[in-house]
Design a protein around this ligand. Structure first.
Ligand code: FAD
Length: 302
């Protein structure tokens, strides 16, 4: 068996594997695709100490850093089940079973897509998902935020300080965000909110030039010219495969304590697949490091 087995090769999993390997213990990493969400990111400007790096480059660096150590690397394979017997066992989709004394779950998350025409075509060409990451790219421009929950309204408030104008589109008749956030939003001069509207299409040529929405009551169709669309309808953790084996919250996020421990002894979790409140590269890397140090601590005590 491994001493530490890491599932996921994004910032959290890569960091966990490097930290575990540096303890000289038997470490394995299973990653469907190294880099995770970072591989889908155009440019990163908020990894402190690295002024700018392309997402594909950082992904390649993560893989190279892990391979620099004595780590068993298994790529292009997906985990599909977890159980605890004498050791912790992870079953793969190809039927193989990996055994380990400790496990670090770092399977990350994905943004929920709105699924309208234009979303996929203009991804990274005006369609964005992360205001902390991509907000500054829209400085002085007009943007829309789809989604009136907490993340949507936080995004709109954040963006209003950077861009020229923000239009919020909410499907339901009322915003679902906390009242304090709504008050803050409505106090801003450069924000317009449309409720009870359905996004029909994100338009553009080589990049986004507008959005079309429909009033759900009147069925009237409108088009707004703008340069950016932030889709904020939720982040989905990649944890379905865990079923009831590990405790998760109602969003599907794995519940961890301050040592990154889950409810199963020896099983830790890190990064975007957990209930950590902020989902960012630097936070995931720190979280992966903490999980590996906790796993090592667990091994020397058990
Ligand atoms: P992920 O990056 O999601 O990695 C998950 C890993 O698990 C992958 O290797 C995946 O292949 C693997 N995996 C998943 N399921 C399985 C399975 N069943 N079996 C095996 N392997 C599996 N953050 C910033 O700090 N700055 C930015 O500029 C920035 N821009 C972003 C732009 C976009 C478009 C997106 C989508 C996100 C951006 N983020 C940014 C957020 C950042 O990418 C994430 O917070 C970070 O990647 C989370 O790291 P993670 O390791 O927890 O998960």
């Amino acid at each position: 068996p491994y001493d530490v087995l890491v599932i996921g090769g994004g910032p959290a999993g890569s960091s966990a594997a490097v930290y575990a390997a540096r303890k000289g213990i038997r470490t394995g990493i299973l990653a469907e695709r190294f880099g995770g969400q970072v591989r889908d990111t155009l440019g990163i400007e908020n990894l402190i100490g690295v002024k700018y790096i392309e997402g594909t480059k950082l992904s390649d660096n993560l893989e190279a850093h892990v391979r620099d150590y004595d780590v068993d690397v298994m790529t292009l394979q997906r985990a599909k089940g977890l159980s605890k017997k004498e050791y912790i066992e992870v079953e793969l989709e190809n039927g193989a079973v990996l055994k380990s004394k400790t496990l670090i779950l770092a399977t990350g998350a994905r943004w929920r897509n709105i699924g309208v025409p234009g979303e996929i075509e203009f991804k990274n060409k005006g369609v964005a998902y992360c205001p902390h990451c991509d907000g500054p790219l829209f400085k002085g421009k007009d943007v829309a935020v789809i989604g009136g929950g907490n993340s949507g309204i936080e995004a709109a408030i954040d963006l209003a300080g950077i861009v020229n104008h923000v239009t919020v589109l909410e499907f339901l008749p009322e915003l679902k965000a906390d009242k304090v956030l709504q008050e803050r939003l409505y106090s801003l001069p450069n924000v317009t909110v449309y409720k009870n509207v359905q996004t029909k299409e994100i338009t553009g040529t080589d990049k986004v030039n507008g959005i079309t929405y429909i009033h759900r009551d009147t069925k009237e169709e409108h088009h707004i010219e703008l340069q950016g669309v932030f889709v904020q309808i939720g982040l989905v953790p990649n944890t379905d495969w865990l079923g009831d084996s590990v405790e998760r919250n109602r969003f599907g996020e794995i519940l961890i304590d301050e040592h990154n421990a889950t409810n199963i002894p020896g099983v830790f979790a890190a990064g975007d697949c957990t209930n950590s409140p902020y989902k960012q590269i630097i936070i995931s890397m720190g979280s992966g490091a903490s999980a590996a140090l906790s796993a090592f601590d667990y091994l020397i005590r058990n």
